[in-house]
Design a protein around this ligand. Structure first.
Ligand code: APR
Length: 236
C-alpha cells in the first residue's frame, strides 16, 4: 500500500540543463558571461536598465528556441496521472514544464515570458523584447520590466507553497544546488513536517545531508524512472 498521497516537487536549473539552458552556478561564477549582480538585482536595473533589459531580451528569445526534455515530460505525466495533491514549485523562469504539459506549476521566481508593469502592477504575457520600452497593455505607461524575481526581492506565492508543504507526504528536489533561500530551506521544512524527502540531482547539493534519499545522475534519466515507480505504486 502506497502511503504517499500528497507530493511537493521543487525544480531548479538542472532540470532544464539537458534542454540547453545554462545553469546558474556551472560557469565559474559567471552567468552567461555576466556577474549576477550586474544583471539580476534591482540595483543593476536602476543603474543600467539597458544592460539588464538587453540581457533578459536575449534570454527570453533563447528559451523560446528550447524544447522540454524527458524530465519535464515525466513530471507532466505524473501531474496528469497522480490522484493525490501535487505541486511543482519551480525556481526556473522558463516555460518548459508547461510546454511539456505540466499544469500544477508554480513559478516562485517569476517567468521570462511575462512582463510586469511597475506603474499599474499588471502582468502581461510577453514574448518580444522590452529594450525599446513598449507601452503596458493595461495602463499605457512605458514601465515594463521582466517579471523575474531578482536577488534581494521576495519570491512569489510563498503562502501557497507552505500550505502545500504542510499537507505533503513527500518532498522531491530536482536539479537545484540548494544555494538560494528560501527554496534551499524547503527540505528542512519538509522534514520538520514529517514528509519523506528525496533528492534527484547530478551531484550532491549543498543541503544533500538533509534528504532521506539522494539519487545522482542526469534528470532526463532519474526523473522518468522515479515517475514510473510512483505511478506503479512502488514508492515507500
Ligand atoms: N540533471 C540533474 N541535475 C543537474 C543537471 C542535469 N542534467 N545539470 C546540472 N544539474 C544540477 C547541478 O549539479 C546543480 O546542483 O543542477 C543544479 C543547478 O544549480 P544552480 O545552477 O545553482 O541552479 P538553481 O539551484 O536552480 O538556482 C537557484 O538561483 O540564480 C538564482 O534565481 C536563480 O532560480 C535560480 C536560483
Amino acid at each position: 500500500m502506497n502511503a504517499i498521497r500528497n507530493i511537493v516537487i521543487l525544480t531548479g536549473a538542472g532540470i532544464s540543463a539537458e534542454s540547453g539552458i545554462d545553469t546558474f552556478r556551472g560557469g565559474g561564477g559567471l552567468w552567461e558571461q555576466h556577474r549576477v549582480e550586474d544583471v539580476a538585482t534591482p540595483e543593476a536595473f536602476a543603474r543600467d536598465p539597458e544592460l539588464v533589459l538587453r540581457f533578459y531580451d536575449m534570454r527570453r528569445a533563447a528559451i523560446q528556441e528550447k524544447q522540454p526534455n524527458p524530465a519535464h515530460f515525466a513530471l507532466a505525466k505524473l501531474d496528469r496521472e497522480w490522484p493525490g495533491d501535487l505541486l511543482i514549485v519551480t525556481q526556473n523562469v522558463d516555460d518548459l514544464h508547461e510546454r511539456a504539459g505540466g499544469r500544477r506549476v508554480l513559478h516562485m521566481h517569476g517567468e521570462h515570458l511575462n512582463a510586469w508593469c511597475t506603474a499599474c502592477d499588471e502582468r502581461s504575457r510577453w514574448t518580444g523584447p522590452l529594450i525599446d520600452r513598449p507601452a503596458c497593455p493595461g495602463c499605457g505607461e512605458a514601465a515594463l520590466r521582466p517579471d523575474v524575481v531578482w536577488f534581494g526581492e521576495m519570491p512569489y506565492r510563498m503562502e501557497e507553497i507552505y500550505a502545500a508543504m504542510r499537507d505533503a507526504h513527500l518532498f522531491v528536489s530536482i536539479g537545484t544546488s540548494g544555494a538560494v533561500y528560501p527554496a534551499a530551506g524547503f527540505v528542512r521544512d519538509a522534514r520538520s513536517l514529517r514528509a519523506r524527502t528525496l533528492e534527484l540531482n547530478l551531484e550532491r547539493s549543498h543541503g544533500s545531508g538533509w534528504f532521506d534519499e539522494t539519487r545522482l545522475g542526469p534528470a532526463s534519466e532519474l526523473v522518468p524512472a522515479w515517475v514510473e515507480e510512483m505511478l506503479a505504486g512502488n514508492a515507500n
